[in-house]
Write a protein that binds this ligand. Structure first.
Ligand SMILES: [Zn+2]
Length: 290
């Protein structure tokens, strides 16, 4: 395990014990969250080392890497996935300049295929070899993340990380290396869960989007704003991911043996509160401009 003694956003060494969270989906192990006393950044601490993290991904339940439609929640996830792809594209299309896109952490490659079908040139990078092989079977070509080094500097129009940044140990370094590849005026786009959402507050330590230890970092909009300032980026838009609140609430109910109806209800209330700006959405898209 790797203990973090300094906040990776503000470099403060003053960290507090926040809470204990169980990995419900795979290992059933207990993990601790720390919070920075200076900037409020929340993160899993200690974290499994990069070489050990793979153990916590080996599950057929990890839907973003598999194509299985078994079970009600996976069925729901597959149904809304198409709508979700359109929602992601709509969040960007009016802001992105002409040029090649890059999807970093492309998973099963669905976004890469969706964008290719719009006759936009897009490169998909994915660290998991299993995910790359599965994508290849579906006719989607993904490259390992090291391929980033061979992309020309300042050549990309848009770089997307859909629920990816929270999985990366050295996220600040990765953001820096991605920005080298982005042209001036290009977009860096993150989708991330937000633990200040209503559904997070309802489920507390059972909130499924904490997803320890796969989620190393638990970002809020303030954190993203701070990161943007550090890298001289402008936050041009945020957008709620309307379907994630339902998916996450259903999964959270499953972890505490609750009901599907309650899960749907809490997902709906979360979206309504977020629309009225009482809370952030369960998951948000952040569009940043270089
Ligand atoms: Zn901090």
């Amino acid at each position: 395990m790797r203990r973090i003694n300094v906040c990776p956003i503000c470099s403060s060494g003053e960290l507090s014990h926040h809470s204990e969270v169980i990995d419900h989906s795979i290992s059933k192990e207990k993990f601790t969250l720390s919070q920075c006393l200076n900037c409020d950044f929340l993160f899993t601490n200690p974290q499994p080392k990069a070489g050990d993290l793979w153990k916590y991904y080996e599950s057929v339940d990890y839907v973003s890497h598999s194509k299985t439609s078994q079970g009600f929640i996976n069925y729901w996830y597959r149904r809304v996935q198409k709508l979700n792809l359109q929602l992601k594209y709509n969040a960007l299309k009016y802001y992105v300049p002409r040029g090649t896109w890059l999807d970093y952490g492309a998973g099963g490659g669905d976004f890469v295929r969706f964008i290719s079908q719009k006759r936009i040139n897009i490169i998909g990078l994915e660290p998991s070899e299993t995910a790359r092989i599965n994508a290849h079977k579906d006719g989607i070509k993904l490259k390992p993340t090291e391929y980033l080094n061979s992309i020309e500097n300042e050549s990309l129009a848009c770089i997307t990380l859909w629920h990816v940044l929270e999985h990366i140990h050295n996220f600040q370094e990765v953001v820096t290396s991605l920005l080298y590849k982005l042209q001036s005026g290009g977009l860096l786009v993150f989708a991330l869960p937000n633990h200040l959402s209503y559904d997070s507050q309802i489920y507390g330590a059972n909130w499924a989007a904490l997803d320890v230890p796969r989620h190393l970092w638990h970002f809020t909009q303030t954190d993203i704003q701070n990161i943007a300032t550090q890298h001289s980026l402008t936050l041009v838009k945020t957008k709620g991911m309307l379907f994630d609140s339902f998916y996450v609430s259903l999964l959270s109910e499953k972890y505490q043996s609750g009901s599907k109806i309650k899960g749907f209800w809490n997902g709906l209330v979360s979206n309504l509160k977020a629309s009225k700006e009482q809370n952030p959405f369960s998951s948000q898209i952040y569009v940043l401009r270089k």
